[in-house]
Design a protein around this ligand. Structure first.
Ligand SMILES: C[S@@+](CC[C@H](N)C(=O)[O-])C[C@H]1O[C@@H](n2cnc3c(N)ncnc32)[C@H](O)[C@@H]1O
Length: 427
């Protein structure tokens, strides 16, 4: 090994994890807008540093995509903030917090909001571990007398013993007073559901795995809480506790008034990919066990589900309403952003019945039609095989020159262009 390599390795090891795996960027020739390739040749394990592994969220983007964008567009002041209008599991909020940047998210799903808020904010891990002890003790006596639910759904996906244990744990957590510790423990509980079910762990939509070895619920829960506490302690050693990070339950089709303050310097936006999957059915097992908490975390607002962006199947009707949703939600971000602010959309093309649907071109058309101007188009390379960050369920972007996975960056022009809202897509 050459001396230069030794010093580089040592240097990289000293970097915090969130700076070690940033995309390797190379520029592309041609086009009127600057174009780059973002290569992310790292494993899921490497990219799930700190609190990113708290909650397995199917369809999240690599943490370093948000990290790279936040580095590229720093906040002009401590009052400025990044907004993620498809917040998911809060990847953007965590990366912003690590950089001392104020952040907000918005998501239609209460489970996403809960996970995002727990991940991004400090937690009293000592108190959580003490509550875990009481929960374990209570569970040992409570589980024997517990009446498990007996519906077809639960018997299909969970063994009798697992159902009884989940019911017991859920009742104990439900009985805890409202607190950030309860939120943390609930994320851990929801986080083990897939693992203790009869479904494959890694598949996006739940499917029965006949060969799956059943795991003890209390053991799985205890391990999950302890792992989360250790990761959270590491995370807290790197963050400023005074910075705000908050995910709001709601639809991105109408942004809350609090964002009308002109302080949003960057929007990071990662809509569900067309023709990949809708989120609610993917989390059906988690929503089933989370149902008694829904009232508490939604304030009883149930109708929100109707405003979820539908991405599957890409029939003509779904495709039209998908683009119409994008148009409406980026009109909203354009309304709240000021001159010089940026919008980054992480989005990919898809194939439908073997034919390419150029989601990227259509998105560019929509967003520039609203008034944003193109700033930079980046394309992600995806890697297959073991250990690489794989997108098997999504699409094959490998080698197919026309099918792209993009990080499209736009700017609010100076002077601001106002495009009349008559330019609507069918929906
Ligand atoms: C691709 S995921 C985002 C994942 C995120 N980047 C992460 O790393 O976890 C898209 C998210 O959009 C949310 N969503 C769908 N329709 C929405 C709407 N109308 N308003 C807000 N969020 C919505 C879904 O619930 C889902 O969590």
């Amino acid at each position: 090994m050459t001396p230069a390599l030794i010093s580089r390795d040592l240097f990289e090891e000293q970097l915090p994890a969130y700076r070690r795996f940033l995309p390797i960027i190379s520029s592309l020739e041609g086009g009127t807008t600057k174009q780059n390739i973002w290569d992310i040749p790292f494993t899921i394990g490497e990219l799930s540093y700190l609190v990113h592994s708290h909650y397995r969220y199917y369809g999240k983007f690599p943490s370093v995509v948000a990290g790279q964008l936040l580095d590229q567009f720093p906040a002009p002041s401590r009052d400025h903030y990044v907004l993620d209008n498809f917040c998911g599991s809060g990847t953007t909020l965590v990366e912003a917090r690590l950089r001392g940047v104020k952040s907000f998210g918005i998501d239609i799903s209460w489970l996403s909001c809960l996970a995002s808020n727990v991940k991004a904010n400090p937690a009293n891990t000592k108190e959580i571990k003490s509550k875990l002890k009481s929960i374990s003790n209570a569970h040992c006596t409570h589980s024997k007398s517990c009446e498990p639910p007996e519906d077809q759904f639960v018997t299909k996906w969970f063994s009798e013993e697992t159902t009884r244990d989940l019911q017991s744990l859920r009742e104990i957590i439900r009985g805890l007073p409202e607190s950030s510790e309860k939120d943390f423990l609930l994320v851990a509980f929801i986080g083990i559901i897939r693992r203790v079910s009869k479904a494959f762990d890694a598949e996006v939509r739940p499917h029965i795995n006949k060969d799956k070895k059943q795991r003890n619920v209390l053991e799985a829960f205890t391990k999950k809480v302890m792992d989360m506490c250790a990761d959270h302690d590491d995370y807290m050693s790197l963050i400023d506790s005074d910075i705000e990070s908050r995910c709001i339950l709601g639809s991105n089709l109408k942004l809350p008034e609090e964002f009308d303050d002109g302080k949003c310097h960057l929007v990071i936006s990662h809509p569900p990919y067309l023709n990949s999957f809708n989120y609610t059915p993917v989390f059906s097992l988690e929503f089933y066990w989370g149902e008694p908490f829904e009232e508490l975390y939604t304030g009883g607002v149930k109708s929100l589900h109707k405003e979820e962006l539908t991405a599957h199947p890409a029939s003509d009707r779904v495709t039209d309403s998908y683009f119409s949703h994008l148009e409406q939600c980026y009109r909203e971000t354009y309304r709240i952003q000021k001159q010089g602010a940026h919008l980054a959309i992480v989005i990919g093309d898809c194939t439908r019945n073997g034919e390419l649907v150029s989601v990227i071109d259509r998105t560019i058309e929509i967003v520039t039609g609203i008034g944003y101007v193109p700033y930079e188009y980046n394309y992600r390379t995806t890697h297959y095989g073991l250990g690489k960050y794989a997108y098997r369920h999504r699409a094959d972007y490998h080698g197919a020159a026309d099918k792209k996975d993009g990080i499209l960056i736009f700017k609010v022009s100076e002077p601001r262009t106002t495009v009349c809202s008559a330019h609507h897509f069918a929906g």
